[in-house]
Design a protein around this ligand. Structure first.
Ligand SMILES: [Zn+2]
Length: 440
């Protein structure tokens, strides 16, 4: 989902990162250094980079930019390269958002960073199936201060730089403040993040003795991320939805008719695969399975409203309203979250129902891929119907309740593996349609 904006650069080796070593010792974490894809440009101003090969700002490389960066201005001769002095740094969590602030001793701009071959980055190290390291760096897009995100690999290299969707403020010439979601940064909710802010000069070898970087906090700090529990959401787009944008390679798995005795097993699979989904729950089953409903939410899935007792509510009116509202109330009582996605039992909808639901604060969510798993066609059939039916933005209907669900459960790991192999990401319905989750 990230836009690749530039070719990768190589980083000096990141030391063996064990979980215990989630700390970032000074002298171990490396500041970015450009690779040697292109010849070294003018040696002017190379005071910090030394003889490192390829001491060239990335945008100078042919074909590596996106056209939104002006050519690098020549370095003033005689200007010694130095990193920015860091006065303060902070990283906090606000719901699903990370808020980063840093202040520097000197004034800077994205243009001056480039001119002076300086970086200003936030290094993040966390555990997610092994120690992960990512770096968020300040750059310029046109006249705007923006951020890039790169995965720092264990080998010491890092993956492509991506544009990181963020709200960035650089009104104070000695400060940056930025807000971006954990999801956009690829950081799992609930993880412990070791972070520090780094400013370095191009070609800086942090493991060496050259004084070419600054870090604050010097040895990093740990931010223990909470799993942000949403309390509500705001519907978005059309009242009635069968799929998301066909432009994004994502799919929303949805599970209806729970919570049930099968739901925990579905959650186990999703957790093991690192996939988020949406569970459309039957209201009268929520209170007896409140801990399951809470687990659904705590593990980052979305809960939707599937009426109180699963009748046909397509006629709308007070009956439908009562079925929907009582279920939303039960979900809210059990979990603290009030849903904004409604699915009609049997998919039986009408214009009056969908407009009623919207008035109650719901998008009505249909599907475009139906496993018919409730007919128990067999695990293979469940699998084939999904993997053959999915397109970008698809909403897949499965069931975690309402009958024996072993077949769909057995098909789920293969479904996920195959779709992952085809490049699909997995999102909740709210993410798919751009509904806004609200947090306490
Ligand atoms: Zn149903």
């Amino acid at each position: 989902m990230f836009k690749v904006v530039r070719m990768s650069r190589r980083l000096p080796l990141l030391a063996t990162l064990t979980l215990a070593l989630i700390a970032i010792p000074t002298g171990v974490v490396a500041a970015p250094a450009p690779d040697d894809l292109t010849p070294v440009a003018s040696a002017a101003g190379d005071g910090g980079g030394g003889a490192a090969p390829g001491n060239v700002p990335p945008a100078q490389r042919p074909g590596s930019g996106t056209g939104d960066d002006a050519p690098v201005e020549p370095q003033d001769t005689g200007t010694a390269l130095a990193p920015l002095g860091l006065r303060s740094a902070a990283l906090t969590q606000d719901g699903s958002v990370l808020a980063w602030t840093a202040t520097t001793n000197a004034r800077w701009s994205p243009a001056s960073l480039r001119r002076n071959r300086q970086t200003l980055c936030l290094r993040l190290v966390y555990e997610a199936g092994g120690v992960q390291s990512r770096e968020v760096c300040v750059r310029r897009t046109g006249a705007t201060t923006t951020l890039t995100l790169a995965r720092v690999l264990k080998s010491g290299g890092h993956g492509p730089l991506h544009a990181l969707s963020a709200r960035v403020s650089h009104r104070d010439p000695r400060a940056i403040s930025a807000r971006f979601t954990l999801e956009k940064a690829g950081i799992p909710e609930g993880s412990a993040v070791r972070w520090r802010v780094l400013s370095s000069t191009d070609g800086c070898n942090v493991g060496g003795t050259r004084d070419c970087f600054r870090a604050r906090p010097a040895n990093g700090a740990v931010l223990q991320l909470r799993v942000p529990l949403p309390v509500g959401c705001i519907p978005n787009g059309p009242d009635f939805v069968t799929n998301g944008s066909r432009a994004k390679r994502v799919v929303a798995l949805t599970f209806d008719d729970g919570p049930s005795t099968y739901t925990n097993s579905f959650l186990d699979v999703l957790k093991q695969k690192g996939v988020k989904a949406t569970f459309f729950m039957i209201g009268q089953q929520v209170a007896p399975n409140a801990s399951i409903a809470r687990r659904v939410l705590a593990e980052g899935h979305e809960i939707g409203d599937h009426t109180w007792s699963h009748p046909n509510v397509s006629a709308g009116g007070a009956f439908a309203s009562g079925q929907i509202t009582s279920t939303a109330n039960a979900i809210q009582t059990a979990t603290g979250f009030r849903p904004c996605a409604f699915r009609a039992p049997g998919g039986a909808i009408s214009g009056s129902l969908t407009s009623l639901a919207r008035g109650l604060g719901f998008n009505t969510i249909q599907w475009d891929v139906d496993t018919n798993d409730w007919q128990l066609p067999g695990t293979e059939a469940d699998y084939q119907r999904v993997v053959n039916g999915v397109h970008n933005g698809s909403i897949v209907l499965m069931h975690d309740g309402g009958g024996p669900r072993s077949q769909g459960l057995a098909a789920l790991p293969r479904i996920i593996d195959t779709l992952k192999a085809r490049g699909y990401g997995f999102v909740t319905v709210a993410q798919l349609i751009g509904a806004t989750m609200t947090y306490r």
